[in-house]
Write a new protein. Structure first.
Lengths: 281, 449
């Protein structure tokens, strides 16, 4: 409502003649609208902020950007304050000094109000993590309930699509690639935005040194305890090691993982119609 | 040999497990919602595509005959409206098919990835172009080539987008093809995509013809002030002719669509429904023919009957589409159910096992420091080692810094600051650790050897 009001006022100041009767009346109406909604919007933001479960509020620092943002914990409040504050000022100006309002003045609260909206959207998207459906489905699209099976048998054994379902000494990179596709690729790329190589390198100092497979493999099973926005690693120890091997391979070779729309899929022999029918003979 | 081929086929058919949740509504209700809401959506898509094709044709013809330019202008005004309704009405069928055929629809979407996502930018561009075209009629009066090109690009996009939808809705029916498909273009070449596409295009023209008949005949439409020479009768006749020609062509394409359908979903129930639907269209076509052959006084006579009959035909065809889908996926859905149940059984056993293991673990009597070590391993070991720097500093360094200062150590763990510029920020553990765990942990850290 706030954004609609301020954007509407912006359009009014652009498309009506300065000083005309129409302009004065329209700006006054828009101002009243803003003064009505600004406090309500503020209250809404406050209630929303308070209503977020504790664990999710703890995620707020990451919601805002990255984990190093934690010192900017209050940033959201300032954005809300600025968005609502500027709009309030314009609303009051609009009633008492209607003629002062020109497009270049109104554009300022338009931008802050949209930033406030965008900021909240980002937060709203992020506070769900590590879930995509709260307490049910993790953001890697695996069900929380199913983890007990994956930890026992590994994710590859039960995956519908994988080229490897049994890890050996020789197929670690290939196995790790499949683990990556299943457990990480919903959020992480191989080399692009938020790439898995980048996040590990940043964590270990950000100097591009060769990643250490043993450290990464040891980190994965407990990563969710420190990084609460990450789902728990679903696989077993062997898979963590294979994944770490693959991540190092990505770092060393610059190899890029193509999506299924390029490469197609390979079916896990455990999960074909034939396998199922044979088992249930 | 045939036996081996069958086995090979079985080996390329994946059986994913489904999400073990009941449907939010009864299945029959969702199916009815899907069929009905899809037909409503499709009606407006037809009017949008058919309308833009007709506008383009009419505007090109209008270069020589001004009267057609006016006609183009009039139809153009309906495209953006029909487009908006088409989009809004697309939500219900999209959600319904997602809920009813989750793994099938999502799998097809993933397999055509980029092109599926491209629907959004393509639709956005095409829509903006139709607005641009509609509102620059006067501005570009003397630049007809540019003005017509704007519409031509929009039409090209409109003609392409249905191919993406058809490819996906076709691909989802054939799990046995999923592992053979490499992206959109290979999925496009599966049998039946193009016949269905042509079927759609001619349906669009046919329905737009009927729309034209109605639109030009409306009582409150100031026809005579808009068109200097065209009469209502002429345009109604043109509308009927388009609808009739489109319908006749449907009778030629329809059998091809039916014959190119992979046999696995082709049951008598489907053939029966399609034939009834087609036979109901016949009297409607006869009435249109009579309307065209007749004169000004008789052209409106059977229009309502034509609409009713055609609507019934469309409902039969839409139901046929659902019957084929249901037939085609019946066996595979049975396998998926089997797989889903099988996994639930595996899960039950795994849960029992892990409970047992946990019970054994907790019955083992841990000393205070051991408990601290367990907390450390779960929450800290990923980044801290006893002797060397991993992500954060070694534990022994902490022990030196916080010697005899349990309180500050715990404060730091709960809400860490940042002291070392070359180390990443440590996350806080206030919400994850209880005071008891913090005590055990700080004891472990401060007494490490």
């Amino acid at each position: 409502m706030l954004v609609a009001g301020i954007f509407g006022m912006f359009l009014i100041t652009i498309f009506t003649k300065s000083g005309s009767e129409l302009r004065l009346n329209a700006v006054k109406y828009a101002s009243k609208w803003l003064l009505l909604w600004a406090p309500i919007s503020m209250m809404g933001a406050f209630i929303y902020y308070k209503a977020m479960p504790d664990a999710m509020t703890a995620n707020m620092s990451t919601a805002v950007g990255t984990i190093s943002f934690s010192q900017y914990y209050d940033l959201l409040k300032y954005f809300v304050g600025a968005g609502v504050g500027f709009t309030l000022i314009v609303g009051i100006l609009g009633i008492y000094k209607t003629k002062v309002l020109k497009p270049y003045i109104v554009i300022v609260p338009v931008i802050t109000a949209i930033a406030y909206l965008g900021f909240f959207e980002r937060v709203r998207e992020f506070i769900r993590k590590p879930y995509v459906i709260g307490q049910y489905m993790y953001s890697n699209l695996l069900l929380e309930d199913d983890y007990v099976v994956y930890k026992q048998d590994g994710v590859l054994k039960h995956a519908t699509y994988t080229t490897v379902n049994e890890i050996t000494e020789d197929n670690k990179v290939e196995a790790g690639k499949n683990v990556f596709v299943i457990a990480c690729s919903r959020c992480h790329t191989s080399q692009g935005v938020n790439s898995v190589v980048y996040v590990f390198d940043r964590m270990y100092g950000g100097n591009g040194k060769p990643l250490d497979i043993a450290s990464m493999a040891a980190y994965m099973p407990n990563m969710h305890s420190g990084r609460t926005f990450m789902p728990e690693f679903p696989g077993n120890e062997k898979e963590a090691e294979a994944l770490a091997t693959y991540i190092k391979y990505l770092q060393q070779t610059g190899d890029v993982l193509e999506g299924v729309q390029e490469e197609g899929i390979s079916i896990n022999p455990n999960n074909t119609a034939a396998a199922l029918i044979n088992k249930n003979k | 040999m045939i036996h081996n081929l069958l086995i090979a086929l079985q080996n390329v058919t994946p059986v994913p497990k489904d999400i073990p949740l009941p449907l939010p509504l009864s299945e029959w209700l969702l199916v009815v919602l899907l069929v009905v809401s899809f037909l409503v959506h499709l009606l407006f898509v037809n009017l949008m595509v058919g309308g833009s094709l007709l506008t383009l044709w009419s505007q090109i013809k209008g270069l020589k005959n001004k009267e057609y330019d006016i006609l183009a202008h009039e139809i153009a005004a309906t495209i953006t409206v029909n487009k908006s309704i088409a989009v809004v009405m697309g939500i219900a069928p999209l959600l319904s098919i997602n809920v009813l055929y989750t793994i099938y629809f999502y799998s097809a979407n993933a397999l055509t990835g980029l092109m599926w996502l491209a629907v959004i930018p393509l639709v956005t561009v095409a829509f903006l172009l139709t607005y641009l075209h509609k509102y620059t009629w006067e501005t570009l009066e003397n630049h007809k080539a540019i003005h017509i090109s704007i519409l031509a690009v929009a039409v090209a996009i409109f003609l392409f987008i249905p191919l993406i939808f058809l490819t996906n809705i076709n691909l989802m029916l054939f799990p046995e093809k999923w592992s053979l498909v490499k992206g959109f273009f290979s999925a496009l070449t599966l049998p039946n995509v193009f016949p269905r596409y042509l079927h759609f295009i001619f349906a669009s023209l046919s329905i737009t013809g009927l729309f034209l008949h109605w639109y030009m005949g409306r009582k409150n439409y100031p026809f005579e002030t808009i068109f200097p020479t065209f009469t209502r009768y002429e345009l109604k006749k043109k509308g009927y002719s388009l609808a009739l020609v489109g319908s006749v062509i449907q009778f030629l394409i329809g059998p091809i669509v039916l014959l190119t359908l992979p046999s696995k979903g082709l049951g008598w129930n489907l053939v029966f429904v399609i034939l009834i639907g087609a036979s109901i269209a016949l009297p409607a076509m006869w009435m249109m023919w009579k309307g065209i052959k007749g004169d000004e006084t008789t052209i409106d006579k059977d229009f309502k009957k034509v609409l009713i009959l055609m609507t019934i035909t469309v409902v039969f065809m839409g139901s046929g589409r659902q019957i084929y889908r249901s037939n085609a996926l019946e066996k595979h859905r049975e396998l998926v159910r089997l797989k889903t149940n099988e996994f639930q059984e595996i899960k039950k056993i795994a849960i029992a096992k892990s409970k047992e293991a946990k019970a054994n673990e907790s019955s083992a009597n841990l000393s205070g420091a051991d408990k601290g070590k367990a907390v450390f391993n779960q929450f800290c070991a990923a980044c801290h080692k006893p002797d060397v720097k991993l992500v954060g500093p070694p534990v022994k360094e902490m022990a030196t810094i916080y010697k005899g200062n349990k309180g500050d150590l715990q404060k730091w763990i709960k809400n860490p600051g940042k002291k070392r510029p070359d180390y990443p920020q440590m996350p806080g553990f206030e919400s994850q650790l209880s005071q008891e765990q913090l005590d055990q942990l700080s004891k472990y850290i401060l007494t490490i050897k």
